[in-house]
Structure formats: C-alpha cells, structure tokens
Ligand binder design. Structure first.
Ligand code: PHE
Length: 359
C-alpha cells in the first residue's frame, strides 16, 4: 500500500492550491470520488489480514476526514474571495460628479423630516432616536398600555419570534412613543426632544402602509402646562403649512399615555371640489397630543409630583401628502424615479426657517 502520510499531504496540498471552485471539485473527485485515490485504497482493505486491515482502515478514515475538512475550509475561502471580487467590481465611486440631467432628488419623507426638525430645532428641541425592534415593555406597558388594554388591538402589531430582556415579546415598534420612554429613563428633566422614525403596523391599503413614519415630541419640566403644548403646536402647524393665520383647534380625545389628551385639527376648505389648507369652513385632523400621564412619568423613574410634560405624535406621510398634494400613500415606497423627479426636492436646498422650508 502506498505511503498514507505522503498521500495525505499530497491531497491536501492539491485542495489548498485549488484556484477556484471548479479546481476544488476536481481535487475532491481525485481524492474521494468513486474512483478516487482514497476510495481505491479503501476497496483494497478487503484483501488484507484482519489485524492489518483494522490499522490501515483507521488511518485511511483519518486521511479521508482530514481531506474532507480541508475541502470545506477551502470552499469557504474561495466563496469569500468571490464575494470580495464582486464587491470590488461593483464598487460605486460616490465622489464622481453628477451626470448632466441625472441629478438625484430628496425623497418627500426625508424633506418633511428636515422641515419638522428645522421648525422644532428653532424652538430648542433636539432629535432623539431609538430601535425599530422594541420589547413589549417599551412599546406598550411603560406607556400605560397593559397586556389586556384594547389599544393594543388598534395597533395591528407585528410580533417577532423570541422574548426580550423583560421576558415580554419583541415587536416592530407600532409608534415612535417608545423613544420617549428610553429618553426619560436615560435622562433627568428638563427634556425637549423630537423623535422622527419608522413605525410598523400590519395594515395595507390606499391610506395605510405596513411601514410608515411618525414624529413624536416630548417636553418634560417643572412648570410645563397645557398652554405650552397649545402654543408650541399652533406655532408648528402655521410654520409647517406656511399659513400665518391658519386656524388650529384642539378636540378632547383619549390616549393611554397622556391625560388630558387632544386631537388637533387645522382649518381647510373643500369648496368646488378643490381642497385647500387655511381659513375655511371645514376641519382636518393632523395630530394627537396631551399632557404626559403621571403613570408614564413614574414608570420611567421621574417624580410626577415635581415634573410634568406634554407629548405629541403625527404621521409624516400624512402631513407630507397634505402639504405637497401627493394623492396616494403607496407611491412613497414604490421607488418610481418618475414620481421622485416630480415630487422630490433639490439636494442642496436644506430646509431652515431663515432660508425657507421648501425653497
Ligand atoms: N403614539 C400615538 C399614536 O401612534 C401618537 C401620540 C403621541 C399621541 C404622543 C399623543 C401623544 O397614535
């Protein structure tokens, strides 16, 4: 029988030297295929004396395992190298100048976020962010929505497999409100934040998309009251829609995490089939708000006998559709370049209150 150690190093050297997956397959057939060298030697075992057969069989099996292992390792290396080569080949040079007539556009959702941030930024709010995948406690329980609360059903929650650190289920956040919770748990008042971001609900039609965007706001301080909430939101509506005398009204409502709660309507007209935002005889709901429920403050370790706050939340697609006359929600997420060319914004015109929100 040929020297098994020599055979072993020879076969492994061929495997390691295989330049691509095709050469590796050939090396595998030479060693382990039906007529491969190890296979042939295995076949020869039958003619040996029992004692010798046992020893040679064990050694051959060890060589077979070593070669199989080397093949798997080489396969991994070659696959990694193939991906690297492909990534290099497909690399995009982002510093290249724009081709004439091919300039990119800012998506209306990005533009709307920038506008909202510009307005609240001017009032002293800072942007806060949180994870899209939340645990049950941050998304519901801490916000005074206990397990049996009917508000949970209204949220059409996407549940994920597994459990979170709190032992509850993991969810795709159904609103941006868990960012309030994370901020209040992580910092002591005064707090003044807005949280724009993606949110998810299991619902899809002309006015609902399973992924959409909200912006949430939160203020917590010692003397914060409903007057601050009203002043701040009236100012926001007028600045965002660019109508100085825009009528704004607060209607009593209910949210588990605020008390009292309100919904905010802005004035509009629908005269002659034409929709227009501004002074008129009709109203349109655009956001929800209220004074932060004392239970929520306490859940986050904030002393509710000393601090109070207000919060608000709104859908970004909705306010973008209203301002820019975009009729169908689904088109936001279709990545149609013709749509983006029509509704998109110039890249360098960053919204600001001084330079204009949408120059
Ligand atoms: N989180 C609420 C929603 O998604 C919106 C909201 C936020 C209402 C803050 C009041 C205060 O419906």
């Amino acid at each position: 029988m040929e020297d098994i150690d020599v055979l072993r190093s020879e076969l492994i050297a061929t495997v390691n030297g295989a330049a691509d997956l095709k050469a590796l397959e050939e090396a595998r057939i030479t060693a382990l295929g039906k007529k491969g060298r190890i296979t042939q030697l295995m076949k020869g075992l039958g003619a040996m004396e029992p004692e010798a057969r046992k020893a040679a069989g064990a050694r051959l099996n060890a060589v077979k395992d070593a070669v199989a292992e080397a093949i798997e390792a080489r396969k991994g290396d070659l696959a990694g190298a193939a991906i690297d080569a492909r990534l290099m080949g497909e690399r995009v040079d982002v510093t290249l100048p724009v081709r004439p007539g091919q300039d990119g556009r800012i998506h209306p959702i990005s533009q709307t976020i920038d506008e909202v941030v510009a307005i609240f930024g001017e009032m002293g709010f800072v942007v806060a962010e949180g994870p899209d995948i939340e645990d049950d406690w941050h998304n519901f329980t801490a916000l005074n929505i206990p397990p049996e609360h009917p508000a949970r059903q209204e949220h059409d929650t996407f549940y994920l497999p597994g459990v979170g650190a709190d032992g509850g289920r993991m969810v795709l956040r159904t609103h941006t409100s868990p960012v309030q919770i994370r901020t209040m748990k992580g910092t002591q008042p005064p707090i003044r934040i807005i949280c724009p971001g993606r949110t998810y609900r299991c619902d899809s039609d002309a006015t609902h998309s399973p992924m959409f965007h909200q912006v949430e706001g939160l203020v917590v301080d010692e003397a914060t009251h409903m007057g601050h909430l009203k002043g701040c939101l009236i100012e926001f509506c007028r600045a965002y829609f660019g109508v100085d005398d825009l009528p704004v009204r607060f209607r009593p409502s209910y949210f588990p995490f605020t008390e009292p709660s309100a919904e905010v309507d802005i004035g509009c007209t629908r005269e002659g089939g034409q929709f227009r935002i501004g002074r008129g005889d009709d109203w349109l709901e655009i956001l929800g708000c209220g004074m932060v429920n004392a239970v929520v403050l306490e859940n986050c370790g904030i002393d509710s006998s000393r601090y109070q706050g207000f919060a608000f939340g709104m859908g970004l697609e909705r306010i973008a559709m209203l301002k820019y006359g975009i009729p169908d929600l689904r088109t936001f997420f279709e990545s149609d370049l013709r749509w983006l060319r029509h509704y998109g914004f110039a890249a360098l015109d960053v919204p600001s209150l001084v330079g204009g929100l949408n120059p």
